[in-house]
Ligand binder design. Structure first.
Ligand code: ATP
Length: 220
């Protein structure tokens, strides 16, 4: 992926509930880092996810599990910014935080799965976040991809132009949306929680250290 601002460090922001973090997340992040030449990816566990208000594992434990999952990968980091906020997590505020933290000297790429992108119109501050960073949308099993043009919400489609050489959609602000095909790993936190509650094995769906952590602390 080429960029007009190639001299700037490219950093991926990977937000999620991570209840729990699983191998689908870490493998996806690894492929995106390589494909998009990102210098690092920051995992950002949500504090109180606005769309998932059911009782879930505490933010602290979800964050601990992310730390265990990424341990040893020098390109992965975890940020507790949303945990410290002690309020609902909103992507716009998080992107704003990182833009300020990096003094607008880095190119930020907000990473999310196609399932999450399809709900983007329901996010707070939509569609302002397309003017503050790039977006990388990852394929996900069971989510029909189709033509990216039909995936960009209609009310904002006119604000984007397709850039052939870079194979991305460029917003009037200059920020881009990249649609990336990654290995389709049919793993979800929902399925892992279901298996855990049913007393079934979650081995090889989560990193081994996360499996041990769940055995010790539980999962809800
Ligand atoms: P849940 O099943 O509880 O909804 P989840 O497995 O989707 O959870 P999240 O923490 O909500 O996990 O996901 C964080 C981000 O990672 C989202 O943008 C989601 O689309 C993406 N993602 C999760 N699992 C995968 C996967 N297997 N492949 C690609 N992207 C994924």
């Amino acid at each position: 992926m080429q960029s007009a601002t190639a001299h700037k460090e490219k950093i991926g922001l990977f937000g999620g509930t991570f209840n729990p973090v699983h191998l689908g997340h870490v493998r996806a992040a690894e492929e995106i880092r390589e494909k998009c030449s990102l210098s690092k990816i920051i995992f950002i566990p949500a504090h109180i996810p606005p769309h998932k208000k059911n009782r879930i594992t505490s933010a602290r434990r979800r964050c601990d599990m992310v730390k265990l999952a990424i341990a040893g990968n020098p390109f992965f980091e975890v940020s507790e910014v949303e945990l410290q906020r002690h309020a609902s997590s909103y992507a716009f505020e998080t992107i704003d935080y990182f833009n300020n933290a990096f003094n607008h000297n880095s190119e930020l790429f907000f990473i999310l799965g196609l399932d999450a992108f399809k709900e983007i119109q329901t996010w707070k501050h939509y569609p302002r976040f397309f003017s503050v960073c790039h977006f990388i949308i990852m394929s996900r099993p069971g989510v029909m991809s189709g033509d990216p043009e039909s995936i960009i919400p209609r009310d904002i489609a006119a604000d984007f132009d397709f850039n052939d050489p870079q194979s991305c959609y460029v917003h009037t602000s200059g920020f881009k949306i990249f649609f990336c095909q990654i290995s389709l790993l049919d793993i979800s936190s929902t399925d892992i929680r279901r298996r855990y509650k049913a007393g079934q094995s979650i081995k090889y769906l989560v990193p081994e250290a996360v499996e041990h952590y769940i055995k010790e602390h539980g999962l809800s």
